[in-house]
Design a protein around this ligand. Sequence first.
Ligand SMILES: Nc1ncnc2c1ncn2[C@@H]1O[C@H](COP(=O)(O)OP(=O)(O)OP(=O)(O)O)[C@@H](O)[C@H]1O
Length: 874
Amino acid sequence: MAAKPTPMMEQYFTLKREAEGALLFYRMGDFFELFFDDAVVAAGILDIALTSRGEHDGKPVPMCGVPVHSAESYLARLIRAGQRVAIAEQVETPEEAKQRAKREGTPSSKTLVARDIVRFVTAGTLTEEALLDPRRANVLVALAPLRDSVGIAVCDISTGRMELEECAPDAIGAVLARSGASEVVVPEDWDTPPHEAIGRPRADFRSEDGEARLKSLHGLATLDGLGAFTRPMLAAAAGLIAYLDYAGRGKMPLLLPPVAVSGSERLAMDAATRASLEVLEAQGGGRAGSLLASVDRCSTGAGARQLAEDLAAPLARRDAIEARQSAVAHFHRDPLLRADVRALLRGCPDLSRALGRIAAGRGSPRDLGQIRDGLGEAVRLVTLLNSGKDIPALLGQAIWQLGGHGALTDHLARALVPTPPTERNQGGFIAPGYDAALDSLRETSGNARKAIAALEAKYREETETSSLKIKHNKVLGYFIEVPARHADRLMAADSGFTHRQTMAGAVRFNSLGLHEEATRIAEAGAHAVAAEEAHFEELVSELLERREAIAATASALARIDVSAALAERAAEGDWCRPEMVEESCFAVTGGRHPVVEAALAKQGERFVANDCTLEQTDRLWLIGGPNMGGKSTFLRQNALILLLAQTGSFVPASSARIGIADRLFSRVGASDNLARGRSTFMVEMVETAAILSQASEHSFIILDEVGRGTSTYDGMALAWAVVEAVHENLRCRCLFATHYHELARLAESCDALSLHHVRAKEWKGELVLLHELARGAADRSYGLAVARLAGLPPMVLKRAKTIIDRLEKGRAETGGLAAGLGDLPLFAATSTQVQEPGDALREGLLELDVDALSPREALEILYRLKQECLASTS
Ligand SMILES: Nc1ncnc2c1ncn2[C@@H]1O[C@H](COP(=O)(O)OP(=O)(O)OP(=O)(O)O)[C@@H](O)[C@H]1O
């Protein structure tokens, strides 16, 4: 028969059930302990010793533990490893537990200190400074599918920002990629949830509850004043708030009034486009090498977070883009103002995160100090900014949001010491002179300390023991200590000293006088700490009454920082302000790739600037040329210029006139996604299919070597068909890089398509890559020359040369790979001959529900598509 679990184990199991799959941090004294599988998992992730404690069902119970005082760093590592943690704290003192036992009539030896889960620590619900990256937003998303639409609630509780949005189910991937969510919650009965989402009860996602919670959180009778929120949006808000409730065990973190976001106000980019353009992260992961890293000159963490958000969700409305541009231009024009503003911002604490911690009930006196200092800096910034001329509207609005906190800052300045501590329960943060009663308590304990020093001198004299000392420790409090050889004098019955402890070389005593002074200190100290605690609560509630205004100041500071930082970047790199227009054009002269240019500059090399001019009558550029010639770089640089321009930034070019795009697509390079069971070619086709189905006339597409992942015939056929589809059906701006010379023949049938190549020449047998774009088709591919550069053995190169000569001879005789394609009817023409909406190939691609395919089915479909393709070319 299994042994009955101990009361502690029973308590543990109850809490573990409540933890619902999260690791349970079970508080025992100065440690959080983990047991059973939790211990095994945590010990592995944290690389700490796995021990055992007692037995359960006849087996030792695995255990590991982390000290409470350093728990944050362990939590950070567990969260990063994808875990969630439930914190079970002791919610009564051992003394209270004993009293309870007495009341309940249970033996006190069997009564455990009550414990409760006080909080869940999850990736999306962090507020602690140590657990957050200062330059990255921490985003929690809730999705609520409702009929044929999905509501999305996005929030960053470390700053309180909250946005509500609605999208079509197939756009969820793009929205999640844009928000950069750390954690996603969805109704648990949803049959197609996004990868790694956390299921929560369906009842949490009721739109009526969402509306009611938002109204009560913000003290509003109606939400109409905040914007138009749809039912799916409110359902998502309900799910998000319910999850925050659950994770914080009823303690609501900072949530500002929600903002309704419309997808059409933003430049849409899917996850593949973001990854291939390396917007926030480089392909290998990490910030280094990304567009963000090469642009970010922000002085504050809040500014860096805002910039990342801006780059992740560029705008699609001209007035909004131009408003940001004007703010950047203001700082660009005035380098002195820019330098002063940036210097001031560098000393500005992170207001929004301090506010987030305070609102979540995890604030410290240091956070109050940061709010005081941040608001003070904001006022100085107002003076500085008002000294400039012709202040643009966006900055004017920001300046207005910076002020208005006079009473609160005065109060905080009077109440707090200059550098308040992070510990709240030790006191010492209320300034002298703020509270007379507190001052006199402090004076009492100061006097008592002086009295103790006087007692020491007096006792030395009386006992003629110069080595007598009055000391203090946590266990005994104050005591008198003498070396053992002098102890006899104090041991005497009439000495006035009472013996407390005998140590190896010393003996410790107490005295009535010392006891009195020590009690005075302890009482005054406890009263002082309680008084400071009360002041802390008062200050916090005064501050929270102004939470929205403080959050507005924080976001104004971030916006000013971003504008000044982008101006700094523009000045540093000689960037220009792009002219934004509605029509679908793209005219960039002297364009550069910001990341590649910086990398080359580090090696002392120069980046070759190139022009790109797309317009309705010349909207598709087919770009050829040698490997390593700079095709991919050219494609990406133009996509990045568009993205930067729509972010409101200046761009790396000497001039730019840019038609605002609704969507940006990039299919650059092959990225294997074997983890999801897709081959390189499959990924390429899936992404191409997405582009063909989603792009509009106002989109901007870059496609790099579509079709290269399969056999020459199939690849070329697909590339050919894709170019035709883009040219005839989508009719949008597109840069298409390819090694298939045969595609040049498309220029004969596609009137808005032109041919370009990156230049190279051979000089004294060596290949020289000029990285310069020129009109016309590429004459040859220089593949062997590049291979030679890469160090392929001469024998292999020689053999390859022989094979090429043979192949080329054959090609000349048969008319080449594309023989017979000259009179192939255009894509559009074939599409009208066959049934709507397109030819079989395109239809086949569009109809693929690739996520539902096994690799084998995918391959079978490819064979079929190939057959159809061959059939249509024969
Ligand atoms: N405009 C430029 N000025 C200077 N160097 C450049 C330029 N463009 C590209 N390069 C250099 O050439 C390298 C190769 O460029 P890129 O990858 O764009 O070539 P590619 O033509 O796409 O090659 P492949 O066909 O092999 O994919 C870059 O890493 C960069 O160092």
